[in-house]
Design a protein around this ligand. Structure first.
Ligand SMILES: [Fe+2]
Ligand SMILES: [Fe+2]
Length: 220
């Protein structure tokens, strides 16, 4: 083993200090290298933490967006005969977002910095599509919930592959929410969302936006 000792009277203290720290760090990592479990456990913990941060941050963002979409729909259609059915879905979204508000601090994850934009964009999307009529609102519901359902499915697969026992609670939460979102999508179909004007175009544009929002929210 190579040992370098900084002389007490070294005139290049700053330089020697840096070198000394670098060398001792290298020695320390070398000794960990020869003891793989210590190093790999640290790397593994960091990887898991990053995976969980990504999952919780994007899910919280998505539920905030969904809450605002239904708020926008209710602002336009709340007093029509479709108000109660939209309200029912909105209430479930409120429960979803509240659950992620609890989970973020529990897992020490910060929310996405894009939250203010998703608040505005969600409300604008909900109200804008509702202005096309209840078919427009329901087309928006189909488009959004299809993407979110698929997104939750991918997360379920990821967590199941990772460690089903360790992530039991989170798996149950996501599975329940996935089922709720798919039920919302079915409601959208049942209430003629597919009969909205320019349905295919509308759905594609909304879904591209959702995928973009997911991509961004996972990262920042
Ligand atoms: Fe939701
Ligand atoms: Fe939903």
């Amino acid at each position: 083993m190579l040992l370098i000792v900084r002389p007490a009277n070294c005139s290049l203290k700053r330089y020697c200090g840096v070198s000394y720290r670098r060398i001792t760090t290298s020695i320390s990592s070398l000794s960990h290298d020869s003891n793989h479990p210590v190093r790999s456990e640290k790397i593994e913990n960091r990887r898991r933490k990053m995976m969980l941060s990504k999952i919780l941050r994007v899910d919280h963002a998505g539920e905030v967006g969904a809450d605002r979409i239904y708020a926008g729909q209710m602002a336009v259609l709340g007093k029509t005969e479709y108000g109660p059915v939209i309200q029912e879905m909105w209430d479930q979204e409120k429960a979803h977002v509240n659950k992620f508000r609890e989970l973020l601090p529990e897992y020490k994850v910060r929310p996405t910095i894009m939250l203010p934009l998703w608040n505005i964009a969600g409300f604008a999307l909900g109200a804008g599509t509702a202005l096309l009529g209840k078919e427009g609102a329901m087309a928006c519901t189909i488009a959004v919930e299809e993407v979110i359902g698929g997104h939750y499915d991918r997360q379920l697969r990821e967590l199941l592959n990772e460690d089903p026992e360790k992530y039991k609670e989170l798996l149950e939460v996501i599975k329940q929410f996935r089922d709720d979102e798919l039920e919302h999508m079915e409601t959208g179909i049942e209430y003629d969302g597919e009969k909205a004007p320019f349905y295919s175009l509308l759905k594609s544009v909304i879904q591209v936006g959702c995928h973009g929002a997911i991509w961004v929210s996972e990262r920042i």
